[in-house]
Design a protein. Sequence first.
Length: 350
Amino acid sequence: MVTERLREMLVKLRKEEPPTPSDPAFEGRRSQRGLLLALVIVIPLVATLSTSLWMRSAYTSHVFHLQGFWGQYYSGVYRYRVLGRELLLSTYRLLAGHRADKPFPMPTDPEATLLFYGAYVLVNAVFFFFSNLGLLLLLGNWNKGISDLHIALYFFVVFLLTLSMYTVTPYDQLAYFFMLVCFLSVRFRRSWVMYIVLGIAAIAGGLNRETEYLVTPAFLTIALFTASQNSKRYCYAGLYHLFLFAGCYIGLRLVLPGISTVAGGMTLGGKWALPSLIVLGALFYISLCMATQRYRNRKPALVLLLLSAPYLVTILLSGELRELRLLMPLLLCLLFVYVQLTTLRDRTSV
């Protein structure tokens, strides 16, 4: 009897030992780390190799050599997309300073050169890597890893993102990266850090592409559906972002020479407009069904679409709807809204 009591006391007093390699908890943590390592490195590598090198674009035309690039990206609405353009040209000059350029005919650009196309590949690969990392940080949890639902969301978004890369531009991957930086900035507990990071990303995104505007509707949507203690934070962040983006948007149109434009032209959806619209609607609906598995309320999605009306109207009138890249910024916003609403709800209910 005494022996049994002593044994029970020793068991209670014994400190918990760290998990050993044979412990299931240890194996679970190691498998999570292995999975995240594969997602961080393997996915961007395979996507870049498959879309940029093994299957070269047969859609984007006459911009894979210096003269053709100048003809498009220094005229019309493209001249406002300053950051991606200058980054690509700087990368090309860096490559050209180390080796001689040579012809590299593309399906839609027989005048393409190897180093100029290589500059596209390098810039997009680097920012695809960082965007992929940002997406994993958005969906994952440092202590718990990443859930099965978020893994499914991750693969669905990355699958669509990879398909959209048949349209090769110097600014799309940068745009996704800056949007994700804005989304992650609100996770900083110190407000001054959040506003510095958000401000830098908002200005850089505004100098890169107009889709940066969509960050503001995402923040304001969360502000409308979260508790009051968090609502002000997201509302102020959204208005702060809108102020900086609007300053870049208006400033570029006042400073840069030429007639100010909002879009490249009236295409009314481009080729196969109705079938493309049906496909885009179906993809958005699938994303919504997946995103609402834990936060079962579709009103935030409706509010997000209403606040994103300027972007939606612009792409419906002047975009090629068969380009999946037009849908990607909206899907990232939808994903962010529902992930944050779920996180904030779970945090306040504890």
